[in-house]
Design a protein around this ligand. Structure first.
Ligand SMILES: Cc1cc2nc3c(=O)[nH]c(=O)nc-3n(C[C@H](O)[C@H](O)[C@H](O)COP(=O)(O)OP(=O)(O)OC[C@H]3O[C@@H](n4cnc5c(N)ncnc54)[C@H](O)[C@@H]3O)c2cc1C
Length: 233
């Protein structure tokens, strides 16, 4: 069913108007677009964003929507290094009012039922979780949720915001800087929740696959592991 819904949603392209961008840290930028009233999404889903103000090759990229509908903006946060792709160069050229298009939202990476939940982010994989924890904060849900945030560079984008949310809610938050530390943190979660939690993993392919394998090796069943691979990292 959700596959059919995603297919239909892909054909539903919306024009978005650029509002502003700012740096989150050295190489990370946030881009905000106006949210029309008829656009909504589940926190954690992504869209397919297309550059339309100039002709470039490969003009479409998937990005997690890092905001929640209540913020009234569509937020993309991405890494742009010294030698950006044509797509990211075009993103940096956006000025207020420039249009891009978004197809979607799509994807099954969002919370559905009320289970204890472990959110596991690797670097830029924090983007869907910004949206998910903001949604949990807004809904004042009391389910046990713990966010494990791995970033070997210790950049930890959104840190201030995440710290504020963690101090105002029951959401647990642990910053980690190595896969060894991530495994130790996972051991704690596994011994607390065993196979009674949902484990959501987002990040680069190797991080997502390694973490998923670790959970499976520790008796966590496949149906309790949800993966979001940010292809391109
Ligand atoms: C569901 C999803 C959500 C995402 N969310 C975010 C996000 O929130 N923030 C963010 O920064 N990025 C996100 N990405 C990744 C994003 O789409 C870009 O790929 C990434 O930002 C790199 O873009 P680029 O233009 O710098 O480099 P690119 O030109 O995309 O290339 C980067 C590298 O990835 C390789 N590559 C590109 N596409 C594929 C592919 N389909 N299969 C295998 N290799 C490929 C290229 O060959 C190159 O080596 C997401 C990807 C997916 C699939």
């Amino acid at each position: 069913m959700s596959f059919v819904k995603d297919m239909l949603s892909m054909f539903n392209k919306k024009e978005l108007s650029f509002l502003k961008s700012y740096k989150e840290s050295e190489d990370y930028y946030t881009f905000l677009f106006e949210k029309e009233k008829d656009i909504t999404w589940n926190a954690g889903q992504y869209g397919l964003f297309t550059i339309t103000h100039k002709k470039i090759k490969n003009n479409t990229r998937p990005f997690s929507v890092a905001s929640v509908p209540q913020e009234n903006t569509i937020q993309i946060t991405t890494k742009i290094s010294d030698q950006p792709s044509e797509f990211k160069k075009a993103m940096l050229e956006l000025t207020k009012g420039t249009k891009i298009t978004m197809a979607g939202p799509v994807g099954a990476f969002y919370l559905r039922e009320e289970h204890p939940t472990v959110l596991i982010a690797g670097g830029i994989g924090i983007t869907p979780f910004r949206s998910i924890v903001k949604q949990l904060e807004a809904e004042k849900k009391e389910i046990p949720v713990h966010l494990l945030y791995l970033d070997s560079n210790k950049t930890y984008i959104f840190k201030d915001e995440l710290d504020r949310i963690a101090s105002n809610t029951s959401i647990g938050l642990t910053y980690l800087d190595s896969s060894n530390h991530l495994q130790q943190a996972l051991d704690k979660s596994i011994s607390t929740y065993k196979n009674n939690a949902k484990y959501y993993i987002a990040g680069p392919k190797s991080m997502v696959e390694d973490t998923s394998t670790y959970l499976r090796d520790n008796e966590i069943s496949k149906r309790n592991i949800k993966k979001d691979v940010l292809i391109g990292y």
